[in-house]
Ligand binder design. Structure first.
Ligand SMILES: *Cc1c(COP(=O)(O)O)cnc(C)c1O
Length: 404
């Protein structure tokens, strides 16, 4: 009898394409490095030793599985579908990012590497990677724009306390894009003893595949837990999309199921270029950071300036697999603007006793819309992180009294 392989075993293809998106368009030296990482990952990543060590780390260091939780008071307040959360905010370090950082760092140790290198924007990826490096006794070098170093001071301190070196980047706008260039340059100066550890399901092949596979634990756990809890699959699964790693993580558990998958993009303050970071909704197919996907570009065809109240979501590209899943109709794209995200943020604080990351609050905002429209359904939201990092900013700019 002919059988079809599950979706995750079919994509990406050998060259790292998800349909027409993905791949690795790089200068020859860099392309060679990516081929080596791909081969190492496909062999080591599928070995018994690697899999069992990673599973042990998930349990004993990260505190997995994280729970699935029924949000009773929020559900009652919205007055519609049942709303559930996958609590990635309870993962060690307070977000989903550690799931792929521990995988990348474990791969580095199997390859005999001494050092992890990455860029960071708001500092979340830098902190997660510095944590993983400390766990494995690896050096860690985080490249960060000078503007972000000032803005994200607490995360700079965390990285330093965890033993990482923070490299200030003074070129151009002195933010994320220049930090990526700087981190790449440092990595390719000495790829034999270091590993580049990307922060989302973006970049050249094999990174989008690797990060997705390391995040899939979220979806695998969530599916089992949800079925055990309710006897059924959820009708909708909802996650916010910046680069798209937490969304690919939870979607991975449900791609072969009759479940509607929603990626929620940040609509910021308006629909004009520069006011949002809704790449799938407003972008066009193009190239960014060595891969093909949807991109928001300015008049010169360069990646555009973007905005979101959630700094983890303001990226002018999106993971290539999201572009593919969106084009084929497997996933749907929704949006939440800054105001809707902040309203959802306060709802969660007051009705559930959970301070969510403002990134995650975008997903909650759309879940509330869905719940109202589909009163007999169930909605599972990936609560990608906790909001401790956001409290000062939200308190100063969106005072609690105005959201009573
Ligand atoms: C970084 C971050 C995101 C955005 O990254 P994705 O790769 O799109 O998941 C979302 N939520 C939290 C809490 C984050 O720290």
């Amino acid at each position: 009898m002919p059988t079809t392989k599950p979706y995750l075993r079919q994509y990406p293809d050998e060259k790292g394409f998800f349909g027409s998106h993905g791949g690795a368009e790089l200068p020859p030296v860099l392309a060679e490095e990516c081929v080596k990482i791909d081969q190492a990952y496909r062999t080591i990543g599928n070995s018994y030793d690697f899999i069992s060590q990673l599973r042990s780390i998930r349990t004993h260091f990260q505190g997995r599985p994280t729970p699935v939780y029924y949000a009773k008071r929020l559900t009652e307040a919205v007055g519609g579908a049942r709303i559930y959360f996958k609590r990635e905010d309870l993962n060690h370090t307070g977000a989903h990012k550690l799931n792929h950082c521990m995988g990348e760092a474990l791969l580095a140790t199997f390859l005999g590497k001494k050092k992890l290198i990455a860029e960071t924007g708001a500092g979340q990826h830098g902190v997660a990677l510095a944590t993983a490096a400390a766990y494995f006794g690896l050096e860690c070098e985080i490249h960060m724009g000078e503007v972000d170093i000032i803005k994200e001071h607490p995360n700079v301190i965390r990285m330093k306390m965890l033993g990482a070196t923070v490299v200030p980047v003074s070129e151009g706008q002195r933010t994320l894009k220049e930090a990526v260039d700087s981190a790449f340059a440092s990595y390719f100066a000495d790829p034999s003893t270091s590993l580049y550890a990307i922060g989302s399901v973006v970049g050249p092949h094999p990174f989008p595949m690797m990060v997705r596979d390391f995040q899939a634990v979220v979806g695998i756990e969530a599916r089992e837990q949800f079925v055990a809890m309710t006897g059924n699959l959820p009708d909708h699964v909802v996650a916010c999309v910046g680069g798209g790693s937490n969304a690919m993580g939870i979607f991975s558990g449900f791609l072969d199921d009759p479940v509607e998958l929603w990626g929620v993009e940040p609509l910021g303050t308006g629909t004009t270029l520069g006011q949002h970071a809704a790449t799938l909704r407003f972008g066009k197919p193009g190239m960014i950071h060595g891969f093909r996907s949807y991109v928001l570009t300015d008049d010169d065809g360069e990646p555009a300036q973007v905005h979101s109240v959630a700094s983890g979501l303001d990226y002018p590209g999106v993971g290539p697999e999201h572009a593919h899943l969106f084009e084929t109709g497997r996933t749907r794209v929704a949006g939440a603007d800054d105001e809707a995200a902040i309203r959802a943020f306060y709802k969660l604080c007051r009705l559930e006793g959970i301070i969510p990351a403002v990134e995650s609050a975008h997903a909650v905002a759309h879940a509330m819309v869905l719940a109202e429209e589909q009163p007999y359904d169930s909605v599972l939201v990936n609560l990608s992180g906790r909001g401790d990092k956001d409290i000062d900013y939200v308190y100063a700019n969106y005072p609690p009294e105005e959201y009573a």
